[in-house]
Design a protein around this ligand. Structure first.
Ligand code: URA
Length: 224
């Protein structure tokens, strides 16, 4: 991707969204209905990362609005949260035809946008939904069944892999595990900050620095 510094120069989510524009950077542009950027609080402490928009998301332009999204809303409600209080995005912004797995070249084009969303929202905790997002964020080949229930750290953020809600729709056991994992997520959100965490004062300071620096800075290291 040739325009990394320009992506990283976007100082707000709105600016990033308008920079992405009517994206034609990969062939998914030809088959998508809507680009699905992300929703939620621009200052969320908790960010969810899914794989890619599905059919309903493609039609409505919003992540997790289908049956899996309804379950996600219930899971959030179980820990006293509403989707407006968290931020939700996907690894890919456009739906792969037939919901096939994202291809490496699609991810190469799209990942800088997700990384900038993470920088801008600056969440303390990232919950990765399912195998694909978890492997991508944690750069691992390990499967979600092994990784769920564990707490990881990446670039000062806590990362909590959980099952994808779509995988639990017709599997009662997985649904129970998901509800348990949301209780853990709540506990992680309540954990006191440790040194090296992106949190509290550091987050405010980072925001202030960002709003003070009008010029694009040097290329930053990737977050994942
Ligand atoms: N599955 C995902 O991974 N993301 C969505 O937005 C919807 C379904």
């Amino acid at each position: 991707m040739m325009d990394h510094p320009r992506v990283q120069a976007c100082e707000t989510l709105e600016e990033l969204r308008s920079y992405i524009g009517d994206c034609q950077r990969c062939p998914l542009a030809r088959t998508r209905t809507n680009l699905v950027f992300g929703v939620g609080s621009p200052r969320a402490r908790l960010m969810f990362i899914g794989e890619a928009p599905g059919r309903n998301e493609d039609l409505q332009g919003e992540p997790f609005v289908g049956a899996a999204g309804k379950l996600l809303d219930e899971l959030l409600a179980s820990i006293g949260l509403d989707r407006s209080e968290v931020y939700i995005a996907n690894v890919l912004k456009c739906r792969p035809p037939g919901n096939r797995d994202p291809l490496p070249e699609e991810m190469e084009q799209c990942t800088p946008f997700l990384e900038q969303q993470v920088r801008l929202v600056d969440p303390e905790v990232i919950a990765t939904l399912g195998n694909f997002a978890t492997r991508h964020v944690l750069k691992t080949q390990a499967g979600i069944t092994r990784l769920r229930g564990r707490l990881f750290r990446s670039a000062g953020r806590k990362v909590v892999p959980i099952y994808h809600p779509a995988a639990a729709l017709y599997d009662r056991t997985k649904q129970d595990v998901l509800f348990e994992d949301f209780q853990r997520l709540k506990a992680v959100l309540e954990m006191p900050a440790e040194s090296g965490d992106v949190s509290g004062a550091q987050r405010t300071e980072a925001r202030t620095r960002r709003s003070e620096s009008a010029q694009p800075g040097p290329e930053q290291p990737t977050l994942f």
